[in-house]
Design a protein around this ligand. Sequence first.
Ligand SMILES: [Zn+2]
Length: 136
Amino acid sequence: MEILLSKRLIKAHGTNNPARIASELKLVVLYEDLGENIWGYYTCIRRIPVIHVNSRLEGFAVIYALAHELGHHFLHQGINTPFLRRSTLFSVDRIEREANRFALHLLIGDAEPEPEETKCHFLKRCGIPEEFHIFY
Ligand SMILES: [Zn+2]
């Protein structure tokens, strides 16, 4: 489900960049100072979906948080999703696992593993840091 959704979105928008997909969908993305531990969260109040991303994040974490919250937008509309925190990133919670799986597959994009390429090598080639490989 999450993998299929990420592939459909990449095809429909011609990009796997979550910021560009969100902007094409006219989704509001707010960059706010959320302190040291929260990466982002998703709200849908009076039918207005908003992705909140911590403005303190840098590098891969920014794009990852966006992709994760975009996953909630499609997969968990109407559900109060928990804050994405560094400490709960590897949560066993079902909706968190689904959003993480979606995010990882979106960020992999159209890349495919080469024959005999290890999963680790493939994901590194896609720019995915090692700690996120468990979502593959
Ligand atoms: Zn989440």
